[in-house]
Ligand binder design. Sequence first.
Ligand code: WT7
Length: 657
Amino acid sequence: MSTQAQTAQVNDPVYPVPAEFAKTAHIDAAKYQEMYAQSINDSEGFWAEQGKRLDWIKPYTQVKDVNFNFGEVNIKWFFDGTLNVAHNCIDRHLATRGDQTAIIFEPDSPETPAQHITYNQLHDKVSRMANVLRSQGVTKGDRVIIYLPMIPEAAYAMLACARIGAIHSIVFAGFSPDALANRINDCGAKVVITSDEAPRGGRMTPLKSNTDAALLHCSDKVRCLVVKHTGGQTTWIDGRDIDVKALMEHASPDCPVEEMNAEDPLFILYTSGSTGKPKGVVHCSGGYLVYASMTQELVFDYHEGDVYWCTADVGWVTGHSYIVYGPLANGATTLMFEGVPTYPDAGRFWAVCEKHKVNQFYTAPTAIRSLMGKGTEFVEKYDLSSIKVLGTVGEPINPEAWNWYNDVVGKGKAPIVDTWWQTETGGHLLTPLPGATALKPGSATTPFFGVKPVVLEPTTAEVLEGATEGVLCIADSWPGQMRTVWGDHERFQETYFQQYKGYYFSGDGCRRDEDGYYWITGRVDDVINVSGHRMGTAEVESALVAHAKVAEAAVVGYPHSLKGQGIYAYVTLMNGVEPSDELRAELEKWVRTEIGPIAKPDLIQWAPNLPKTRSGKIMRRILRKIAENDFGALGDTSTLAEPGCVDELIENRMNRG
Ligand code: WT7
């Protein structure tokens, strides 16, 4: 099965907007053209109007202050306005929809009843949790780490932070104690919120004991708030560990909101780059919420009363923008699912869609690929007639998966929105609007309002016009854009604004076709995308070389039929250490504990020598080609210090079969 989405060119099939759909959609084709033109020609006027979708405490008079020049990078939106994000996601809805369901919680086990949490109940829980945080000394600007399963308390914790102006940073529950400790320390968190355990697919991840292990490497001032979720046994350190639910019961349900400037940080989210440790991406209160709410409404064509489900985890940006902030700002009903697509069987997604009559369903190509392999009977058992829009995110979707999603899940009636964006962008940048955009399978189609994509020649930085291929940059800011890297504005500028002057550099390559449609071709840097999870190859390498038996390691991505990309590690052992299958298993386990299960190498190849230039730089281009089994395209190997080592690597690759 091909995972390459971008190969089809001349005869790309086109799926027009269903006429019936366009009639009731928020945006049809004509409206898109008109609004897009305005958003580009009069950016300030356009966003001044869109900012009104939020409630402001002090309305803004200034819309935009942006400088993309390296050395002077500065991004501000609505920057003299004040607001509170939790007020916008909860309180302002109470008068009209207090009894409407805000969050549907579907637990890991289908045997456990679902919960329907109304906006009134959400207000009560969030206010109580906010008061608990205040009682622990958390105030405006303090950092709070959230390390929780996909349970309503994760949303309560996010919104409780927002309510009191604390900055949350969620660490995905699949990350290891080391990764957790690094993040606690990098942002100087006062508090960690965790739970006893995280059940997923019937298996437990011991979050509290992971947190105990992490906190050994942190200041002893850090408090640990524990949500007793499964009731599993945990060790308990009096004075440090706090039973959140018990305190919430006694806390006041009344918690006035903190007045925040539009540019005050709302959250930090760590993400991998091509070099160094993960960066703390900073998103702020005003612009981020305007953008998350607008895209959630228009990209999914969300209407009052719809039930909307995004299957991401709140540990990733998708969960932030499209499970919690965007939908709740719009007064939507958003579904949170604790489990996995294949438990108790491969029909779970569709069982949940039927059970809760889901109208918009948003997932990742990797999930679609794994489910299509299990057969259509798992889908056909269920009534999916409620589904109006399907969405995908995280990586290019290959045509086979697109067609299956369209035909088997959507019965050819539900437009598929293929949304291209990044942790850094806060919300969708390239995406169809379901009532406006004709679809081409594998293309993220056209820009959202206010987004100015440009394609540059990778080496000369020349702006390429018309149908072309190059690196994808963005020419002007949009309100959801990240503002800085936590504690390191230099790194922010160097990563995104240095290489291509005057532009935001996405790190992705793309093709633009004759119709102006964009086709993402994948990362052009040393970042890989494994099952829609982003990973720096440098991170996996540094985990490997931290092992006593490893001298050197080089990690690249390779095409993987389910994951999109797999992790291919070339490992040079210390002198005298013999390669063995046991050692391979040991290294796999090592990386799992150093970073987390998602970073485990899929293939480890022993490499007595790595191809290096005479100055000692590893030639990753060659390693990528070998990992791809593409030996005909190795390019020039004459600058290598020892050209012979390439044959040796190919020999070993081929022997793997
Ligand atoms: C990278 C960002 C944004 C939420 C999920 C991932 C890739 C994302 C698409 C898409 C092709 C995509 C890009 C991007 N990507 N969406 N629809 N088509 N590629 O967020 O972890 O920040 O990763 O994911 O390579 O740069 P992230």
